[in-house]
Design a binder for this molecule. Sequence first.
Ligand code: FES
Length: 177
Amino acid sequence: MADAPDRRKFLKVATCALGGGAGLVIAAPVIKLVLDPAGKQTVSSPKEPLDVGDVAGFRKGQPPTRVEIIAPVLQDAWTTARDVVLGAAWIRRTGAHPKEIEARSAICPHLGCAVGWDDAKGNYLCPCHDSRFGADGAKLSGPSERGLDSLPVEIVDGRLKLTWVQYKLGRSTSEPV
Ligand code: FES
């Protein structure tokens, strides 16, 4: 009977310790979530050029190749998303030299539909309102006020790197969003 107060004291301390520990375990992710964006770079679009393939895979004389532009990691203040499809581009070799290669956004500059390649006519067609663009991206006909937007490319160790740029729609000149 003499040790009852000690046991009560011990149980009280043990309960407090267990409760405190459990509280910390629960609170830790919440604290991390609140503090996580602090000091981190906020990125809403990739600044780094994205790898779109072996440059040798794009050959002169072939129709343009459509490639999906996928960001491996896209991060804003609160979320991180992986393998985000940003859009698509048409890649075309313009000469025999590896550097003679160009990329056009597959987003129609009129109202943003996806532009396709019309093999029979050898030019690009937007199915929404029938804008047509030459193989070099120049506007041929239809309501679009400008040609297909050019995208920056570079070749690094035989790989084609493309920097994705989204442009404003319905303008006569290419203006990044
Ligand atoms: S969205 Fe392409 S022609 Fe209108």
